[in-house]
Design a protein around this ligand. Structure first.
Ligand code: NAD
Length: 350
């Protein structure tokens, strides 16, 4: 595959490769769109098997950020950085300073933040060389852990879908949560407080035990969660929860959770629609986290402190956008993921 043949390259404004021999930095920054504002998306550090694999990941993730930021009504475009290396062994302050210099060389076309393998401590080193770094600790603009905000958006989305698909309130339903890490645990607590019955699973036994103790949730093995007797299935672990393997086993009528890339592919979204299940598109319902980060970018850019009220207003707007997706899906008799993609592309064109 060459770069220009890759389906993932389509629509990108630019792709930037950085190599710093002194620190060993090998990084790619993909800028999908700056139509709505500077491109924003986290930096992932991963031991990619090849530069091609890193490039493919950067391209796929940056386009997804354009869609997510547009649907969260942010004045931000989509971009993503990947650093090639093992985050357990290859991190040095010099490497992240070199990454900061790379980000800075783009002159504000791309803002970076945390993603898999990258921590606030790493970003503090990048910040020494660039302003265009969010996800900071100990800074007036710092936005803190985005997970509670993500979970609040997901909670509202679950409530909306339950009302739409089942005509019920949360106190009348059972929700099966796959993965009770950061987002899943906060979501469990919010649903429990609203009176929902919970079934949970996680590969981490300590995580399930802690959440079950706080919420009275029933615990099932990880393999059994997709076929739990529940009204809602909330994927909050890794991607691909809805696939040819899990689709026939689903009992829930609503799929609404915080994980990214829940569908194994667009055909899985169509299959959900044809089975009459309501799917809340992942990058719409889980947009609370990027809204929180956007609050930090906004604060840094303006030289102000982080403003939780701005984040709260954007989160309200996000729930309305999800409602619009559901309305259009119903009136046009088309799957929600197709409507969301179309709305995101419309917003990018505008
Ligand atoms: P996390 O790592 O804290 O939690 C994920 C949990 O899933 C872990 O407890 C892990 O043990 C569990 N898990 C992994 N494989 C599993 C399996 N097969 N079955 C059951 N459980 C399994 O991550 P997080 O921050 O809570 O993010 C969860 C998902 O939400 C991810 O897909 C992430 O990309 C997405 N997301 C997170 C945020 C955020 O603000 N943290 C924002 C948007 C999207």
């Amino acid at each position: 595959m060459t770069l220009f043949d890759s389906a993932a390259f389509e629509g990108h404004e630019g792709v930037h490769a950085f190599f710093d021999p002194a620190s060993g930095l090998k990084a790619i920054v993909a800028v999908h769109s700056t139509a709505r504002g500077p491109a924003a998306g986290g930096c992932r550090m991963w031991p990619y098997a090849s530069a091609e694999a890193a490039l493919e990941d950067a391209l796929r993730l940056s386009r997804a950020m354009s869609y997510k930021n547009a649907m969260a009504d942010l004045e931000l475009g989509g971009g993503k950085a990947v650093v090639i290396g093992d985050p357990r062994t290859a991190k040095t302050p010099a490497l992240f300073e070199a990454f900061g210099a790379a980000v800075d060389s783009l002159g504000g076309r791309y803002w970076t933040a945390e993603d898999v393998g990258v921590s606030p401590a790493d970003l503090a080193h990048a910040r020494k060389r660039s302003t265009f770094v969010a996800g900071l600790d100990h800074h007036p603009a710092a936005s803190g852990d985005p997970s509670p905000v993500t979970a609040e958006g997901v909670f509202r989305g679950v409530r909306l879908c339950v009302a739409r698909a089942l005509g019920k309130e949360l106190s009348q339903v059972t929700v099966a949560i796959q993965g009770v890490g950061h987002v899943g645990a906060y979501l469990a607590e919010k649903l429990h407080a609203a009176g929902a019955r919970l079934i949970i699973a996680d590969v981490n036994a300590a995580a399930v035990e802690a959440v079950a103790a706080r919420t009275g949730a029933q615990v099932v093995p990880p393999d059994a969660i997709c076929e739990a007797e529940a009204d809602v299935f909330a994927p909050c672990a890794l991607g691909g929860a809805i696939s040819a393997r899990t689709l026939p086993r689903l009992k829930a009528k609503v799929i609404a959770g915080g994980a990214n890339n829940q569908l194994s592919g667009p055909e899985a979204g169509r299959a959900l629609f044809e089975k009459g299940l309501l799917y809340a598109p992942d990058y719409v319902i889980n947009g609370g986290g990027i809204i929180n980060v956007a609050g930090e970018i906004r604060a840094i850019a303006r030289g102000e402190a982080f403003d939780p009220a701005w984040v709260a207003a954007k989160l309200d707007r996000l729930t309305q956008t999800l409602e619009e997706v559901l309305d259009r899906s119903l009136s046009e008799a088309r799957p929600t993921h197709e409507i969301a993609d179309e709305m995101a592309r419309e917003r990018l064109r505008r």
